[in-house]
Design a protein around this ligand. Sequence first.
Ligand code: FES
Length: 106
Amino acid sequence: MTDTFKLYVTGRDRCTSVSDAHIGVSLLEILRDAGVYEISAMCGGNCSCATCHVYVEAAGLLSGPDIEEAEMLDTLLHQEPLSRLACQVAVTAGIDCLRVEVAPEE
Ligand code: FES
């Protein structure tokens, strides 16, 4: 098992980039490291603003949203089955690939 995984990110401009990312940090930090700056993350990762809304497909283990995240997602106009708050997604060992799409602004 390696400590990196393949990250595909589709921005609001519909362009997709690919990079090798490191496990062990939140998806929000990973996206920042990958140069995805269109996510404002206004609350600083405290699960209270939902401006880090993304759609996530994972190959490998990824825990589901907890109650607090699920309740926040339920407030969103653009919620879909793959919706997650990037600040709440822990990327741990066992992830081989993540496909992330930045959700539309609310
Ligand atoms: S940064 Fe505010 S909910 Fe994720």
